[in-house]
Design a protein around this ligand. Structure first.
Ligand code: DAH
Length: 339
């Protein structure tokens, strides 16, 4: 009988099948109610007691080999054979919800990436600031309206602690720690005490740029901003600088880009001028350099600041700033997936 069992073990080991029916046939032949294994176990009862151990082990080996083989065949794992399976591969998979990046994050990353290509290093500062970093060190006069409760969110008066109204405060933090050459770009959230509307919000995001070295000129500013704008909005984008005023730059300017929406023909977005304003900029006021212990006879610099919401609205033709803060998935799902 041992020889018979060994024979079966060999047969089981070499058995292959290319269809689920053949596997089932094989299973019934060995493991069915009237199958080979049942017969062998019946015969086993007649074996003398002293041989039972040896026979029992062999029979168990056969049984284990059988179940192993059948499982392997069913899983389509035998030597290159792929038996048809009863798994329905056409069944719809469970849906996995994948998040999308927030449009403001997409545009912030793009801005930082463009400036880092021309040597700008990212720096950040706190959102809760003191008077010195937001106003005084940036040459704001004492009576400037931004220093008023009406325009800024104060946490404490005298000494004044407030939510920063612009990322220009990071300029001061960088100048405190580092001496020229400085070439830095500072993204961050800013706060202003404004009525919320389609065009204004009490919180928004800015990116600030600062470049200080010997012989930095207005031509550098213009050329670097042109590079940025053409990388961001396309090579055919034009820029226009208009004189303006900021306490921390002299001369100061506001920069417009040619309207992408109407091809400068005139539309609602550009208020029929063909141009849209995207940032403030200028040459760092020598007072600001001196306040921060930088020799203004040796060094000059330029600075610029832009709102990320504004750039994003232009890039994606979004007409209401409030959409960025409402977290409506129908809006957010339209942007680049995280994967
Ligand atoms: N801080 C200004 C604002 O919030 C923007 C700005 C204008 C930043 C001119 C600058 C600059 O660095 O040179 O409106």
């Amino acid at each position: 009988m041992l020889d018979i069992i060994n024979e079966h073990i060999k047969k089981v080991e070499s058995f292959t099948a290319d269809s689920i029916d053949k596997i089932e046939e094989f299973r019934i032949k060995y493991l069915g109610r009237k199958g080979m294994l049942v017969q062998l176990f019946d015969e086993f009862k007649t074996i003398p007691a002293e041989q039972k151990r040896e026979y029992g082990q062999k029979l168990n080996e056969l049984k284990n080999k059988l179940t192993e083989k059948i499982n392997l065949l069913k899983a389509g794992m035998t030597s290159g054979q792929t038996p048809s399976s009863d798994i329905d591969l056409t069944m719809p998979a469970e849906t996995v919800t994948i998040g999308t990046r927030h449009p403001l994050s997409i545009v912030r990353n793009e801005i930082l990436e463009i400036f880092s290509r021309i040597g700008f290093i990212i720096s950040e500062g706190p959102e809760i600031e003191d008077d010195w970093h937001v106003f005084s060190a940036l040459n704001f006069p004492k009576e400037h309206p931004a220093r008023d409760m009406q325009d800024s969110f104060f946490i404490q008066k005298e000494p004044d602690i407030l939510l920063r109204t612009h990322t220009s405060s990071v300029q001061v933090r960088v100048m405190e720690k580092q001496k020229p050459p400085i070439r830095t770009i500072s993204p961050g959230r800013v706060y202003r005490n404004e009525a919320i509307s389609a065009r204004a919000h009490c919180l928004f995001h800015q990116v600030e740029g600062l470049y200080i070295d010997e012989n930095v000129s207005f031509a550098d500013l213009k050329q670097d901003l042109l590079y940025f704008v053409q990388e961001m909005f396309g090579k055919d984008t034009k820029i226009r600088l208009r004189p303006s005023f900021f306490p921390f730059t002299e001369p100061s300017g506001e920069m417009d880009i040619s309207c992408k929406l109407c091809g400068s023909k005139g539309c609602k977005i550009c208020k029929h001028t063909g141009w849209v304003e995207i940032m403030g900029c200028g040459m760092v006021d020598p007072n600001v350099l001196e306040f921060n212990n930088i020799d203004s006879t040796k060094y000059t610099g330029y600075a610029f600041g832009m709102g990320i919401e504004r750039i994003t609205m232009l890039k994606y033709q979004i007409d209401d700033i409030r959409l960025f803060f409402e977290n409506d998935v129908r809006f957010l799902q339209q942007f680049e997936s995280c994967w």
